[in-house]
Design a protein around this ligand. Structure first.
Ligand SMILES: CC(C)(COP(=O)(O)OP(=O)(O)OC[C@H]1O[C@@H](n2cnc3c(N)ncnc32)[C@H](O)[C@@H]1OP(=O)(O)O)[C@@H](O)C(=O)NCCC(=O)NCCS
Length: 231
């Protein structure tokens, strides 16, 4: 049994708490969460153990593993925290549904959240902090960078390449060999049939750039990305 402490007490944390109790109760025990907001996490049913700085201190050399549960709007902060936790040699857990199908030849970095019905094919190479929501498909020979989020039913076809910090919306599709530039958000239901540049919101089938990413989007801006540490 591994003891888990969550960083973040918002919506993503609530999904993770539910998922661990539902699918992974035989492997993980939820000890509590850290959040800078003292009133966060009221409905989680696990105790707030302090703010993020307390968490970094508590977990230094302690038992258990950290879970990054900060959500898409703060995913850049999750990257910073992952870097800090690894520097301090704190284990960072990946939470993988027993109902996901993952090829033994796939490589997946730390801090993944992989929900029911996800398929990850042969030789997929995936960085840290993957979020794959229910029924997402990552086909053979794809490469995904760090901090990539796939909405439910999103499909990444063979030999496609998704760079760091991308968000592929619910039921969106990336066609074979297409490259999606870093920090780009492909809108729900859209199809990327040609390469997409970095740092844009792309919409439609075929997907076209609608605008540049700005503050308040669910992917970090390119200015933010440029100063983030690599995991
Ligand atoms: C694309 C998105 C980020 C919104 O971007 P935005 O620039 O703020 O877009 P707006 O909401 O202002 O809409 C702008 C236009 O794009 C259209 N649009 C927005 N999302 C769209 C989508 N997914 N598909 C097609 N058109 C879309 C709007 O209808 C609107 O059209 P109009 O100008 O003709 O009225 C958002 O709609 C989206 O798809 N997010 C992904 C959500 C998701 O998959 N979450 C997964 C959670 S697990």
């Amino acid at each position: 049994m591994t003891a888990l402490r969550l960083f973040g007490g918002g919506t993503r944390a609530s999904v993770i708490v539910d998922f661990v109790r539902w699918r992974l109760a035989d492997r993980f025990e939820l000890q509590g969460f850290y959040d800078d907001n003292p009133s966060a996490g009221g409905a989680l049913g696990i105790p707030r153990l302090g703010d993020v700085a307390d968490g970094l201190r508590d977990m230094n050399g302690g038992d258990g593993a950290a879970v990054l549960a900060l959500g898409t709007y703060a995913s850049w902060r999750a990257c910073e925290l992952l870097h800090e936790l690894r520097r301090r040699r704190v284990p960072v857990a990946s939470l993988v549904s027993p109902m996901a199908s993952i090829s033994p030849s796939a490589e997946i970095g730390p801090g993944a959240l992989i929900l029911d019905g996800v398929f990850i094919g042969a030789r997929a190479r995936i960085g840290a902090l993957l979020t794959a929501n229910a029924l997402a498909i990552i086909e053979h020979d794809t490469t995904l960078g760090h901090n990539v989020m796939l909405g439910s039913g999103a499909a990444i076809a063979g030999f496609a390449h998704i760079e760091d910090h991308c968000f592929i919306g619910t039921n969106a599709t990336v066609l074979p060999k297409v490259v999606v530039g870093s920090g780009t958000l492909l809108a729900a239901g859209s199809t990327a049939s040609r390469d997409l540049p970095a740092g844009v919101i792309a919409v439609g089938a075929p997907a076209k750039t609608q605008r540049s990413v700005g503050e308040g989007d669910e992917v970090p801006t390119s200015a933010r990305i440029s100063v983030l540490p690599r995991p």
